[in-house]
Design a protein around this ligand. Structure first.
Ligand SMILES: [Cu+2]
Length: 124
């Protein structure tokens, strides 16, 4: 009887350890995939009349994509005309540019000029 309980306890511990190991392993895999997908491609979500993140730091030569998740059309226009402006983006429509020379690029939505955002381009 005693041995049986001991074995069950042991199995439970082994099971718990395996479960933890599997969980960590799975998480590790997910993180790896997420970081492998992100370098060189940066996304700014337009939602609730706001750009998110408000400030995005990228490296020169990387792509930046805006996606409109609002039901209203929005645009992306560089304050100092440092990059081509977007057309009016409908819901779920995307606009992509390639980051140019290092510097700070501010932009706004020409439909709602209070909507502003910043891109900081660093040397690649
Ligand atoms: Cu807008």
């Amino acid at each position: 009887m005693f041995t049986l309980i001991k074995t069950q306890k042991y199995s439970a511990i082994v099971f718990a350890i395996s479960f933890l190991f599997l969980t960590n392993f799975t998480l590790g895999q997910d993180q790896k995939e997420a970081s492998a997908a992100s370098p060189g491609h940066n996304q700014i979500v337009i939602k609730d009349f706001d750009f998110s993140p408000k400030t995005l730091t990228v490296k020169s030569g990387e792509k930046i994509t805006w996606i409109n998740r609002d039901d209203e059309p929005h645009t992306v226009v560089s304050v100092e005309k440092q990059f081509k402006k977007s057309t009016a983006l409908d819901t779920d429509q995307e606009f992509t540019i390639t980051a140019g020379a290092p510097g700070t690029y501010t932009y706004f939505c020409s439909v709602h000029p209070k909507m502003t955002g910043t891109i900081v381009v660093e040397k690649s």
